[in-house]
Design a protein around this ligand. Structure first.
Ligand code: ZN
Length: 252
């Protein structure tokens, strides 16, 4: 029963398809008429005159132009996070490196040797003294290398992030080893906020947070970018236009 029903529907669909192919739009009054019709039954215009053929040609040319325009996908903004954005992070890492340098320069082994001699009246053996000197070297150098690697890692990570904003969507890619490319449709953007700390203002950078109804990225942030004000305006306008084009109304 179900199968027969399905077959019947398929037949119906097929005949519908044939029907649409057998009709056309009148060039003069836009009514749907038989494809083979020479004279429109609504407005009485002939469909095989030079004027009708010229109208048809112009219409298909317009359609092609429209398709091309849709295909170009104008890019409004393109950027990655500014390296200035990691200034705070770099300062912290450099402090760590400084502790390493101080450790290397400090006479910790001698200090311990003198203290144990004075307070405990105990002569530190050369073995233990050398061990302390070695530990100090390893720890100090380790801290310096660790700090430099942290900075390098952060720079590479920031440099692999790329944002691209076009009229109808936001595209971003990130990741070093497994590069991920994602996008958010412009009409899904509900709200946007610009975040700038005092240091950000001085450095001329800013972050823009988006709240969207995109399932994978309900909250998205453009991290520490230059021209954040410009980007803010671009997204604001683009999202309003996308909403208007789609007739989307976001409920607060
Ligand atoms: Zn007509």
């Amino acid at each position: 029963m179900y199968l027969r029903n399905l077959a019947f529907q398929a037949d119906k669909y097929k005949s519908m398809k044939i029907d649409t192919r057998k009709t056309k739009e009148c060039q003069f009054c836009a009514e749907i008429i038989q494809a083979k019709a020479i004279k429109c039954r609504y407005c009485g215009e002939y469909q095989n005159t030079n004027k009708a053929v010229a109208l048809r040609r112009r219409e298909s040319a317009d359609e092609e132009v429209e398709q091309e325009q849709e295909g170009t996908d104008d890019i409004l903004f393109e950027a990655g996070p500014s390296l200035l954005g990691m200034l705070g992070f770099a300062i912290k890492a450099m402090l760590l490196a400084c502790i390493g340098v101080l450790l290397l320069a400090s006479p910790i082994a001698n200090l311990i040797k003198n203290l144990t001699q004075k307070l405990l009246n105990y002569q530190l053996s050369d073995n233990i003294y050398n061990a302390i000197v070695n530990y100090k070297m390893v720890l100090g150098l380790g801290l310096i290398i660790f700090a430099l690697l942290l900075i390098l890692w952060k720079v590479i990570k920031l440099k692999t992030v790329h944002y691209q904003v076009s009229v109808d969507r936001i595209e971003y890619s990130r990741g070093i080893f497994d590069r991920r490319v994602d996008n958010i449709d412009m009409f899904r953007v509900i709200d946007l906020k610009m975040r700038r700390s005092l240091i950000d203002c001085i450095l001329g950078i800013g972050s823009i947070g988006l709240i969207t109804n995109d399932k994978t990225d309900p909250e998205f942030e453009f991290e520490k970018i230059k021209d954040s004000r410009k980007l803010y305006d671009i997204i604001k306008n683009a999202s309003l236009e996308a909403d208007a084009a789609r007739g989307v109304i976001h409920l607060e």
